[in-house]
Design a protein around this ligand. Structure first.
Ligand code: EPS
Length: 385
């Protein structure tokens, strides 16, 4: 199972090609659109999201609502393209002057990207490094989510921190958590913290500033044994951490107790084992976050990712023009104040992707039916182990 994305932020569209999805998986554009809409939402988004209404067009690999086993192509059009087709045209008619950028924004890929690819126009970098690309990643990840759903795996993300506001999350089932998150404009399951987060975002916006935060991804119903300890590139935590870190602006990832585990004694951290005939082996605590030895252990998967504040600010930051070498103060007319809720949806998608890869590695199969049969058999085997 693999995928690639392509597309510039102000180009005609974003594309994802998903290769290796089994045949027979029910998949509808509307199912993907729901996640695209969630990614566009969240209190703190800026002017661009008023222009875009992301919808996926499935142009290959699905017929009559079922995947064919052939590559699935997902296309999300950029509505903003109509304002950019002269600037972004692929041919010699392109206007390369009007929107040329020589002023790299601190905290972005701008300067290093320009040096690396030899661009004198920073636009050639920012068009692709923009988090707009995550629309394509969410589309691809949502196909993976659909597969996981078929084998009883549910993924729910929630925002647990924005700026200085920390949420208190009660232990909820997947459905309860999804419902609580769905009601919150910042995708946070704690209503009191939601109010404070909104206030914090509004204050930052008024002051021309931006905010980061932390989101959590919980995965319910994973069978034990996805990933492996036998080779470093097969560890499930290594892959999930890499996937989360690859999201724009993510600066830290934790699994389970994460950095907190480093401050505790071993006797306080490790999850003790129990056995009950009805459920087989289990743990009463989950500091491991559902992964031990690079493998899912059958408990709830718990991941956390920290996002830095968006670096595009109304408040100016010092920088240097790459053409004149003169200092200037970088500021913008259009930006998001906080995109942590959006990043949470991207986090769900990339986690879904890695888990689907691991699922297919373990259970194989070209059709959904084969995979479901094998997962069911394995769950029975595990109970009786
Ligand atoms: C982004 C800058 C903004 C964001 C964009 C990410 O876009 P623009 O430069 O067009 O105003 O809105 O996010 C999206 C377009 C999106 O779909 O998430 C950036 O520089 O990364």
């Amino acid at each position: 199972l693999r995928f690639l994305t392509a597309g510039e932020s102000h180009g005609p569209s974003l594309t994802a090609i998903v290769d290796g999805m089994p045949a027979g998986l029910p998949l509808e554009a509307g199912y993907i659109d729901k996640q695209l809409a969630r990614r566009q939402g969240g209190h703190g988004r800026g002017g661009r999201m008023k222009i875009e209404t992301d919808r996926v067009c499935i142009t290959s690999g699905v017929r009559g609502g079922l995947t064919l086993g052939s590559p699935v192509t997902l296309v999300v059009e950029n509505r903003d393209w109509e304002n950019w087709h002269r600037v972004m045209a692929p041919g010699p008619e392109a206007d390369l002057e009007t929107r040329a950028v020589t002023r790299p924004r601190p905290g972005h890929a701008d300067l290093t990207g320009a040096i690396k690819y030899g661009h004198r126009d920073v636009r050639n970098v920012l068009e692709r490094s923009s988090a707009r690309e995550t629309a394509a990643r969410v589309a691809a990840g949502t196909v993976a989510r659909r597969l996981l759903e078929e084998v009883g795996v549910a993924i729910v993300g929630s925002v647990v921190r924005i700026g200085s506001i920390q949420a208190q999350e009660p232990a909820l089932t997947a459905a309860e958590l999804a419902e609580a998150v769905g009601k919150s404009p910042v995708y946070c399951a704690d209503p009191a913290a939601t109010e404070k987060m909104i206030g914090e975002i509004d204050r930052a916006r008024e002051e021309g500033d931006s905010l980061g935060g932390v989101f959590e991804i919980k995965v319910f119903g994973l069978p034990p044994g996805l990933g492996s300890y036998v080779q470093r590139d097969r560890t499930l935590d290594g892959r999930l951490a890499g996937a989360l870190m690859s999201i724009q602006a993510i600066k830290g990832v934790e699994v389970g107790a994460g950095f907190n585990a480093a401050c505790c004694r071993g006797s306080e951290v490790h999850d003790e084992l129990y056995y009950a005939p009805e459920r087989g082996f289990y743990r009463a605590t989950n500091n491991a976050g559902g992964i031990e030895g690079g493998m899912s252990n059958g408990e709830m998967l718990l991941l956390r990712a920290a996002m830095k504040p968006i670096p595009t600010l109304y408040k100016p930051l010092r920088s240097v023009d790459i053409a004149t070498k003169q200092p200037f103060e970088a500021s913008v007319e259009r930006s998001d104040t906080c995109a942590v809720p959006a990043a949470c949806v991207v986090g769900e998608a990339v986690a879904a992707w890695e888990l689907a890869v691991a699922l297919l590695e373990k259970f194989g199969g070209e059709t959904l039916r084969e995979i479901k049969t094998r997962v069911d058999q394995y769950r029975e085997y595990q109970k009786g182990f």
